[in-house]
Design a protein around this ligand. Sequence first.
Ligand code: HEC
Length: 199
Amino acid sequence: MKRIAVVAVAALATVVLAQEESKLEQTLKEQSAAADGMKLDGTPVELAKGRALFEKHCASCHTFRMLKTSNLGPDLSDVGTRLKKQEILESLIFPSRVIADKFKASIVETKDGDFLNGIITRKTATSITVEVGQNQKAKIIPSSKVKLMRPSSTSIMPNGLTDEMSKDDVSNLVGFLMSPMPKAISPAKPKAPLRKSGG
Ligand code: HEC
């Protein structure tokens, strides 16, 4: 009896996970198909809302232009020119699918039996510093307490950041990230000497 119950629960969990996954895939498809700078209903994205969402959900790990907040994750200032909309959405909806080497996390097991998934930002002869994100302080672990360290395939960027957002808000956030760099803050380029016309 017990075993059947366990199997049933496991099967149910698999079904729930698969449903969750396909809902996210659907979000990815819909949002990628919408025109750049537009919401799914064809009206323009609201940049102020996008900015507020960024500050609430992303700024603890990312910098965006004048919002110089954190360098735990990649600087997103020019993400709109580096990545296609579909790729930005994919990074947001499925953080662990593609992880740049520089931001790969490690799993650290301590002799006390704790497991940490984080980015090792500092290693000395006596300790390691692990950043786990999500507004938690960096953890400093004495080397003598470290039992095992291995590369992790999970990003420290949390899953499900879009779950509590409406479809409009996902558009607003991505539209904000893809908005053109305002002239005033783009790096000053040396002025090219004026060329005489007709010469
Ligand atoms: C806990 C820290 C954390 C939070 C919070 C977080 N991210 Fe990330 N993000 C990362 C890390 C680390 C990476 C690099 C590894 C990876 O790709 O998952 C990353 C990668 C990305 C990338 C890919 C960038 C590139 O240059 O390849 C995008 C886009 C992104 N995040 C957007 C967001 C957005 C939008 C939010 C808020 C809704 C957010 N992130 C919240 C840590 C975080």
